[in-house]
Design a protein around this ligand. Sequence first.
Ligand code: ADE
Length: 242
Amino acid sequence: MRFSVMTLFPEQINAFLSESIIGRAREKGIISVDFYNIRDYSGNEYGKIDDSLYGGGTGMLMECEPVYRCYQDASKESKPYVIYVSPKGNVLDQKKVKELSKKDHVAILCGHYEGIDSRVLDEIVDEEISIGDYVLTGGEIAAVTIIDSVSRMIDGVLPNEDAYTNESHMNGTLEAPQFTKPRVWHDREVPEVLLNGNQAEIDDYNRTMSLIETMEKRPDMFDKLELSEEDWKKVLARKRQN
Ligand code: ADE
């Protein structure tokens, strides 16, 4: 999968995506990330790409033409699915992440200052995405978030598929609590059932704990689940024990 990032700060994003799992996936060629510095498309010797707002208002806005030329360059080999990262977009969730992981080429446009002239957004953007209901100083952290979360859904990026099929948010639930050695730490014991080697019992326990975790930490997600009578019984029985 190919990601193209249109930004004023390519080094910021590249630094983050050069290490660990994503860095290795890039080295192996499972994903590629290329950068287009919007300033390189300014068309003037000063690299100026912004101007004051029509109608007044504070700050500067990125102009249409440099952004458009940058987009044309990023689209030379293949037409990308273009995402503009902004606090006005659809809020990113795991469903959207999975959907994006099926695309061949995604281009992410990062705004800075007060944003970008709306006309070029109307012309080139397929989808506006926010990473949450708060405002960042620029879209770079949002771009990194999208590339990281989408890349780990692609075959070969994580060691095996299990690494993401059982984790939080994959089925609308949160993952059950997990434990490693030692068996007892500060008087806190690893649940007995995880030590007995009976895989069916362990799976059943983890499923129930995952439902309880979701109920306690994300009641909004829990409300959307359709639990069977059997699940309810297990959840209530386990709650009584804890
Ligand atoms: N740019 C500024 N704030 C943002 C947000 N919350 N999500 C995506 N891009 C942004």
